[in-house]
Design a protein around this ligand. Sequence first.
Ligand SMILES: [Fe+2]
Ligand SMILES: [Fe+2]
Length: 271
Amino acid sequence: MRIFAISDLHTDFVENRRLVEEIPKRSYKDDVLIVAGDIADQIETIKRTLSVLRASFKMVFFTPGNHELWVRGETYDSIEKLSRILKLCDSLDVQHSPRRVENAWVVPLFSWYDSAFDTEGDDGAELDGWADFHFCKWPREIGEKFEYFVELNRPNITSYDGPVISFSHFLPRIELLPSRDYLRFKSLPRVAGCSLIERQIRELKSIIHVFGHSHINRDCVLDGVRYVQNALSYPRERFVTGLALKEILDLSKERSPEQGAEASSHDVLLS
Ligand SMILES: [Fe+2]
Ligand SMILES: [Fe+2]
């Protein structure tokens, strides 16, 4: 059984929807797919995408990103939207909480970003148009969103009887972003991640952590944990055509995190 990772499918773009629908139905029937958030904001689009993926993979894991929590024109808030999406996952047999996968465990982590993640203290001048500030609606009682979301994970931060592969939508470490000079959107570090996720990864003793959101792919080992982003991203951001599902682990072959980070030849490109 192999474990694949993808994030930021953004299937509200017709090009991306087509790529997901072209994933072969038979090639992955014994495999697991981790989807690290940002499928779309419309529930119907999320449902269609997860259904297509579920038809191809033995197991699909998902955690919502920021786009899923937009409530444009809805009467309910982003927390109610989260609960509707989790119910949708249950109805499609898509996993949003820890599950055993052969001898390993896959552990989804809820998350949100904390502006203090930006250690260089950007003034946030570019953030006026940041869509989450306009399209998410939060009940006042939840307080700081990044604390609220990591607290939801608390019951699942425990010791597991096997290697742990965790995943979140947002970044757990600032080193996973390039330096600001190389960022097109200079304020990204303020809305990219949260160091409390990293604390939970350490408590879980994860061997691999998959994340999304920045649309900047990574595969590296930091302090003994392999961090992987494999984002499909927006059509205008892609340098290659096609959808590359990244194999992060083959449970029939034990690999160290360092060996896994070098295993890019196992990636599968669908075009
Ligand atoms: Fe995204
Ligand atoms: Fe995102």
